[in-house]
Ligand binder design. Structure first.
Ligand SMILES: [Zn+2]
Length: 591
């Protein structure tokens, strides 16, 4: 099932809901906060050739090896030329230097997002029907009716997502109900957990699925007609029938995400699947934007391998894509691999049985021998492994394979990464540290999420395993490089400041500790800041150029309205990004 790429059910109710529009309005409101004082300083007669383009003064976290905090940083021609005390920066301050005072706020390196499906989040927001806020079957149908009333004439197909099985009639949602509000335009609606499609009759027809189709996962009624619920292999028929978005549409989607990400202080991200569903247009869109100078920030792409792919043919394909992208702001960094599924689908691969289905531990998507050969060839091609592992058996299998690669090649500096890491055996965390495997964590999910933890995770995993899910401090203690990813659009908004707060509190954004998950896994705000800055750069082999504020590095800096390391961690999520700079250029300004 090519659609199953997310690692958990998308939860946008309650805790995680902050509508995008709300965030942007919030940014606009910052106008009223007089925290940024722009002033031209310096001697007007002095035309020093040392004059910087920008000087930031106040409280500045450098995230260098000593976690130094300095009073000033200066940026000239995109590069940091000074960090240190306020007196020392005077010689870099000329007539035309923009001087920013952080006031009660602070400045720090901009954020590196370690795992975000930017293009998908972008096109969902731009073109698709989003049903996440719906709370009943009738409401889904009303929302679709409204959506269909607003689409441009001639729209060839409609996609959407976010409905939940729990709200649909027994046996699943019906094509005939959808037909009443969609008419003849083919419509496919992905469920919130991305494991099912709800389609209308026009879509079934387009995919060639009918009474005579004998396809696994195609739900039929008592007369043998497809109902409109499509799962498993049958989803591939829909994927093949629905046309891909155009290169131009993907470009719009990419830029929509990048503009949003910049407002959260992000200047680089890892995009896990640039060949999603076999699309060639996503890669074209990234490459074209890069060539046109249209990208707002640095993008590190992942290229997905699928079960059954011929290893040599795949390596050839990904190498060609890497070479084509080389240089500029878009590069191919890694091979993305889904080694197992998700807990709520009973598809996470576990070392011990599911609590509710004795004898069932889920199963791996790939066998270990295949992974060993694949990972070895990936590393030899100069590419990283970026593995989705939810269950502890999946992580163990990936660590086994990467241990083999380390032995064969004699190096542990290939910076392979494992993401999600929901249930992990402690012994494997230690091995990840020894093998220098990066832990791409998702701190946004560190709490007993309403409607999910007690309803799905505890019943499926049992109290003991569920209470230890999403370890964090253990990775630090084992010496792993820990990075932070949102898995956007699973998490909305994908704001690293939220992740910093979560990692340092592991409870609700309001400080409610009744849903706290794993108190012993809390880490410091400073540790969390590191995951989103220097460590993120390290994951991308970019730590020599960015990730900390040091002379000679790129001027990738954000200015915040609060000093996040000094305030109560519970307040961090209320912090606003006032300015985001990449290479000294402002790519987001709250003004
Ligand atoms: Zn993902």
């Amino acid at each position: 099932m090519s659609q199953v790429f997310f690692c958990k059910t998308i939860l946008r109710g309650g805790e995680n809901v902050k509508k995008r529009i709300g965030k942007f309005l919030a940014a606009a409101v910052i106008l009223t906060l007089p925290l940024l004082l722009f002033a031209a300083c310096g001697d007007s007669d002095e035309a020093s050739s040392d004059a910087a383009d920008t000087v930031i003064k106040g409280k500045i976290y450098t995230e260098d090896a000593n976690d130094s905090v300095v009073e000033a940083v200066a940026v000239k021609d995109g590069e940091i030329v000074y960090t240190g005390d306020a007196a020392g920066v005077e010689e870099f301050t000329g007539d035309d230097t923009e001087v920013i005072e952080t006031g009660d706020g602070a400045a720090m390196p901009s954020f590196v997002e370690a795992h975000a499906h930017g293009v998908q989040g972008g096109y969902e927001g731009l073109y698709e029907a989003l049903l996440y806020e719906g709370e009943s079957y009738d409401q889904y149908l009303d929302m679709m009716k409204e959506f269909m009333g607003n689409i441009p004439e001639g729209t060839p197909f409609v996609k959407g997502s976010g409905w939940i099985n729990g709200y649909t009639p027994e046996g699943g949602p019906l094509a005939t109900d959808l037909d009443k509000v969609t008419g003849d335009i083919p419509v496919v609606l992905t469920s919130g957990d991305h494991h099912s499609y709800w389609v209308n009759s026009a879509c079934l027809k387009m995919a060639g699925l009918d009474k005579d189709s004998d396809v696994e996962g195609l739900k039929k009624d008592s007369d043998g007609n497809p109902t409109g619920l499509v799962q498993e292999r049958a989803m591939d028929y829909i994927d093949k029938a629905i046309p891909d978005y155009t290169v131009e549409q993907y470009k719009e989607a990419i830029l929509a995400y990048q503009n949003e990400a910049a407002s959260y202080g992000i200047t680089a991200y890892f995009e896990p699947m640039v060949n999603l569903n076999g699309s060639e247009n996503i890669l074209k869109a990234y490459n074209e934007l890069d060539e046109e100078g249209g990208l707002l920030m640095n993008v590190y792409g992942g290229y997905q391998v699928m079960p059954g792919d011929d290893i040599d043919a795949f390596i050839k394909e990904v190498t060609a894509a890497k070479e084509e992208a080389e240089g500029g702001m878009f590069n191919i960094l890694a091979v993305k691999i889904l080694t197992d599924g998700v807990v709520e689908g009973h598809t996470a691969y576990l070392l011990e049985d599911y609590a509710d289905t004795p004898g069932d531990r889920g199963k791996p998507e790939f066998d270990t021998e295949y992974l060993k050969e694949l990972y070895l060839k990936i590393q030899k091609a100069g590419i990283q492994v970026h593995a989705h592992c939810i269950g502890d058996a999946a992580t163990q299998q990936t660590v086994d394979a990467l241990e083999y690669v380390a032995e064969e090649t004699g190096t542990t500096d290939a910076r392979h990464a494992i993401t999600h890491l929901q249930v992990v055996d402690k012994a494997d965390i230690e091995r990840m540290g020894q093998l220098n495997i990066i832990a791409v964590t998702n701190p946004y999910w560190y709490l007993q999420e309403p409607g999910y933890y007690h309803e799905v995770e505890v019943p499926y995993l049992g109290e003991e395993r569920a209470s230890h899910e999403y370890p964090q401090k253990d990775f630090f203690d084992a010496g792993c490089v820990v990075t932070t990813g949102s898995d956007y659009p699973v998490t909305i908004p994908p704001a690293p400041l939220d992740a910093i707060q979560r990692g340092a509190t592991r409870c609700g954004f309001d400080g409610d500790k009744s849903n706290l998950l794993g108190e012993d896994q809390i880490v410091s705000v400073q540790d969390m800041m590191k995951t989103c800055t220097y460590n993120g750069a390290y994951q991308n082999f970019a730590e020599e150029e960015t990730g900390s504020l040091e002379v000679g590095k790129s001027g990738d800096i954000i200015v915040l309205d609060q000093d996040i390391a000094e305030i109560d961690p519970v307040q961090i999520t209320k912090t606003k990004v006032l300015k985001t700079m990449l290479g000294g250029k402002t790519i987001y300004n709250a003004k």
